[in-house]
Design a protein around this ligand. Structure first.
Ligand code: ASP
Length: 342
């Protein structure tokens, strides 16, 4: 077997591969071969690049858990044959996909790098070329025969970030993603400078693949004046897990009706995870009196997890078990570096 590095480039859709239709002026996804024709540079890589695509090429606003399962299957099937994986993805839900994959594929010893662009690859000022070329470079990079970044990451506009720590921050700037609670994994300038202390270690064994996801979740985002009937409707909507988006360090109204509803929901078997509406920082139960009763009720602190990671982690956890204790255990531990360690 030759020792040339092999990369599987997976196309899912997104702006990077879209063209403007002259009839309606709107952006539509197009086929992978056209995209590759726009980047002749790929042929100059000293890397063997093979391509694959999802069964449906989508604007990522149409992303669904079933397509995450398809992506996972594709990676699992090809895991031994490649040194790394690059996924081209629309930016809108890229943070959700990166997070979901980090929970579905645990214990990586190879890179999975997601990237996309704000302008189509065919546009003169596209950011897609640099993003794709450097993502491939990152996915191929090794030191002493081992991948330098054996985790799910996102490469965008010179920054390599941990996949389950990112959030789409701008619908306009090339610098579309931020990772407010975790340092960047690498910065690309003339050279790619890796931030080694913050990159997860390589697993010795083959990764574990967790296919099951349970999307029966709901989001309770608090705002001043929220109506008890609305809170009730969300908590008792039939969801099994709730992401509760609170203020600041995890604070919520201290009104007795609110606390009573939360308690009733947890007693009825609901799993509720508290995440902050703030872009940065952590939930800290008990720092203020307005969150002091949460541990006692049985509400789980999401600590410094991002919303996108919280949603997909809840789907993953609910998919793994029916037993409350086991689900809670998954949610409380940092599975793939998505939140601070206990
Ligand atoms: N709507 C597009 C998508 O997420 C936006 C993008 O790719 O930047 O597929």
């Amino acid at each position: 077997m030759s020792d040339i590095t092999r990369i599987l480039l997976i196309y899912t859709g997104g702006t990077i591969g879209m063209v403007q239709d002259h009839r309606d002026g709107q952006l539509h996804p197009f086929g992978f071969s056209t995209l590759l024709d726009n980047i002749p540079e790929l042929k100059r890589f000293d890397v063997d690049i093979k391509t694959a695509q999802l069964s449906r090429i989508i604007d990522s606003s149409d992303m669904e858990p079933i397509l995450w399962q398809e992506l996972m299957d594709l990676i699992e099937k090809n895991y031994d044959a490649y040194d790394g994986f690059v996924i081209l993805h629309g930016t809108d839900t890229l943070a959700f996909t990166a997070s979901a994959l980090s929970f579905m594929i645990q214990g990586l010893d190879k890179p999975i790098v997601l990237t996309g662009s704000q302008l189509p690859i065919g546009a003169i000022r596209t950011d897609g070329k640099e993003n794709l070329i450097t993502a491939i470079e990152v996915a191929s990079s090794k030191s002493n025969g081992k991948a330098i970044v054996p985790e799910v990451s996102v490469y965008f506009e010179y920054n390599l970030l941990r996949g389950n720590r990112v959030t789409k921050y701008s619908a306009e700037h090339f610098d579309a993603f931020h990772s407010p609670n975790h340092p960047m994994l690498a910065e690309a300038g003339i050279q790619i400078v890796y931030n080694l202390p913050y990159i997860r270690g390589s697993s010795k064994a083959r990764p574990n693949f967790f296919r099951k996801l349970d999307a029966r979740i709901a989001v309770l985002r608090l705002f001043p004046g929220i109506d008890p009937d609305l809170v009730k409707a969300i908590l008792f909507s039939g969801a099994k897990g709730i992401i509760m988006e609170t203020y600041g360090a995890g604070n919520a109204p201290s009104a007795s009706w609110f606390i009573a509803l939360l308690k009733e929901a947890v007693d009825a078997g609901l799993i509720i995870m508290n995440v902050t509406q703030c872009l940065a920082g952590t939930v800290d139960h008990g720092r203020y009196v307005t969150s002091s009763g949460f541990d006692e009720i049985g509400i789980i602190s999401g600590k410094d997890i991002r919303f996108e990671a919280a949603v997909t982690k809840m789907m993953h956890a609910l998919g793994q078990s029916e037993v409350r204790q086991e689900i809670v255990q998954i949610l409380k531990s940092s599975i793939s570096g998505e939140m601070m360690e206990p």
